[in-house]
Design a protein around this ligand. Structure first.
Ligand code: SF4
Ligand code: SF4
Length: 411
């Protein structure tokens, strides 16, 4: 089967009236590549680099548009700031987006055609959302992902064909979301489309015009700030104002995906003390309900989902591993305790349980002021239950205090 579509026999395209392309730069429905000014008013410019603008082509494969929704909630930086060129050091972004662009139809695809022919007046980046479906198994004259028609013969052009035409000339190709990075849900076992990620399709030898392999920002959907922050880092590099950002062995921004969810989870303290939730709504660690956080690399626990708020376990949900290349197959059945958790939770129950009791002892002592301890009394209606330690507790406190102040001679 062919990689790209051909004109189907019996096509009626030649008989249809094709309206002329809008090319007047003053017309808001013209391709943005034609109406975008190279030099906006100086008062609007804050860029300090050589580039005043760059094009961003947001192209969609097999996607649910969740990544588009995610980026619309970004706050550091905001999409609006990128589009208006308000971020110091960054070029203004001209966005060509399958949903958000003003122009549509032939005027929209004209932007892509001009880029493929090297006729844009500024560099461009590709942001690809969704997995790539294998068009060689889409049947004769069929296709999985259509994105515009050929203006001459009416042949359906696929998203994949645009990617192949545009990727070599792009300053950078960014895979947005787990589907684009590794295949994601459309690539789950049993799919008939041979779905895959962008880097699998472009291959090991792919390098952008700037010499970069595909950059991966996984998540289903990703944190919006992870997308715009990585875009800003890449644009700073493009503008000659910053070194190339650090990426890990999977092409992910290293500063965003090195740590596991678990290390920054607000419930990690419960895990360490061996206290686990029994049902959703409980405040403790969710590992026995199916959380994969200890092995999954993701920064949502500390970054939140929008402007520092929300995010999976912050809101009571488990980690299902959505940023990982093995998602979803290797994390299923979802909502069941990972097999490895049995050993770690039982170990922590014993060890963590002991540590927790020791801490409680120490905490009880630290909740008494020195004066109360010396007076052996609490002169308040509050805290009446906090009597002085007796028996073994008192002995432990004495030994602890002696150790704590040993360098002072003990007391
Ligand atoms: S809820 Fe998940 S990520 Fe958080 S502490 Fe428990 S296992 Fe770790
Ligand atoms: S915590 Fe887990 S499920 Fe939530 S976004 Fe991160 S990887 Fe996905």
């Amino acid at each position: 089967m062919a990689q790209y579509t051909t004109v189907a026999p019996g096509s009626t395209h030649g008989e249809l009236e094709v309206k002329p392309l809008i090319t007047d730069p003053a017309d808001p429905l013209a391709p943005v590549a034609l109406r975008s000014p190279l030099r906006p008013k100086r008062s609007e410019l804050v860029s300090q680099g050589p580039l005043e603008k760059a094009y961003l082509f947001w192209i969609v494969g097999a996607s649910c548009d969740g990544c588009t929704i995610a980026i619309s909630g970004a706050t550091h930086p905001r999409v609006e700031d990128l589009l208006t060129g308000r971020v110091p050091g960054l070029p203004r972004i001209e966005l060509v987006h399958t949903v958000l662009s003003v122009e549509s139809g032939a005027e929209w695809t004209e932007n892509l055609r001009l880029a493929a022919e090297g006729r844009l007046d500024a560099p461009y980046l590709i942001f690809w959302e969704g997995s790539i479906m294998d068009e060689t198994v889409s049947g004769e004259h069929g296709y999985w992902m259509g994105l515009g028609e050929d203006p001459v013969d009416g042949r359906q052009i696929t998203s994949l064909e645009w990617l192949d035409r545009l990727a070599p000339g792009a300053a950078a190709v960014l895979s947005i979301g787990t589907c684009a990075c590794w295949g994601g849900i459309p690539a789950a076992q049993g799919n008939p489309t041979n779905a895959m990620g962008v880097m699998d399709h472009l291959g090991k030898d792919y390098r952008s015009a700037l010499g970069l392999p595909v950059i991966n920002i996984p998540g289903c959907s990703p944190v919006g700030d992870n997308i715009t922050e990585t875009a800003a880092a890449a644009l700073l590099f493009l503008n000659g104002l910053a070194p190339l950002p650090e990426f890990d062995e999977l092409g992910r921004p290293a500063w965003l995906f090195t740590e596991t969810v678990h290390r920054h989870c607000p419930r990690a303290g419960y895990y360490e003390e061996g206290v686990f939730a029994h049902s959703y709504g409980d405040k403790e660690c969710l590992v026995e309900l199916g959380c994969w956080g200890p092995v999954v690399q993701c920064n949502i626990a500390e970054r939140g989902i929008v402007d520092g708020h929300g995010g999976c376990m912050n809101m009571g949900g488990i980690c299902i591993g959505c940023t990982m290349p093995g998602f979803p197959d290797k994390f299923s059945p979802i909502y069941e305790r990972p097999p490895g958790a049995l050993l770690s939770t039982n170990t922590n129950r014993v060890m963590g349980g002991f540590i927790r009791r020791m801490r409680k002892l120490s905490q009880t002592d630290k909740m008494r002021s020195t004066r109360w301890s010396e007076d052996r009394d609490l002169p308040s209606g509050w805290g009446r239950y906090k009597t002085q330690p007796v028996g073994a507790e008192r002995l432990v406190h004495r030994l602890y205090s002696r150790k704590q102040h040993s360098h002072e001679g003990g007391r």
